[in-house]
Design a protein around this ligand. Structure first.
Ligand SMILES: [Zn+2]
Length: 175
């Protein structure tokens, strides 16, 4: 499966992802193909829509204290629903679909999320710290929301300006 990262301002990132009903080989193949892309681009989370599949699947691998991301830390979430949320935390977020841009985003500190694994088993997870932040970021993707959509008007304007300049530089360097 040949996947590539969908980047802002691609309108597909605004799509609401569909609930997954079939937990079949094609889902497993997609999940298996998403993992190396996330790892090779130094990501900690990736939603299926970021590789052009608008379905409610996401993967996470939160680095340990030493920065390592062992394969066994992979979490796959299908049809996730955030059931409860509490507190407030601010973290400088980035996104594989919005490369080279980082901004402080306010999120809930702790959440409880219900989801299915790749074989449709129902699971519940309580999360805090970076895991909680990453889950909220990825669940936003499934709803067509990017972290830059959460910026204030002024910061968003600043982003649009920087982004335009970046695209121009990219174009020029390709000439
Ligand atoms: Zn993202």
């Amino acid at each position: 499966m040949n996947l590539s990262i969908v980047e802002y301002p691609d309108r597909r990132l605004k799509l609401k992802s569909k609930k997954i009903e079939k937990f079949d080989k094609s889902l497993h193949r997609l999940l298996d193909a998403m993992y190396p892309i996330m790892m090779n681009t130094n990501g900690i989370g990736l939603a299926a829509i970021q590789v052009a599949h608008p379905i409610q699947a996401l993967i996470l691998n939160i680095p340990e204290e030493d920065g390592e991301q062992p394969d066994e830390n992979l979490i796959e979430m299908i049809n996730p629903i955030i059931k409860s949320k509490d507190g407030e935390t601010v973290y400088q977020e980035g996104c594989l679909s919005v490369p080279s841009f980082y901004e402080d985003i306010t999120r809930f500190e702790t959440i409880s999320v219900e989801y299915q694994d790749r074989d449709a088993n129902l699971k519940t997870m309580d999360a805090d710290g970076l895991l909680s932040i990453a889950i909220q970021h990825e669940v936003d993707h499934l709803n067509g929301i990017l972290f830059i959509d959460k910026l204030s008007y002024g910061r968003r304007k600043k982003f649009e300006k920087e982004h335009k300049r970046m695209l121009k530089e990219k174009k020029n360097s390709k000439k």
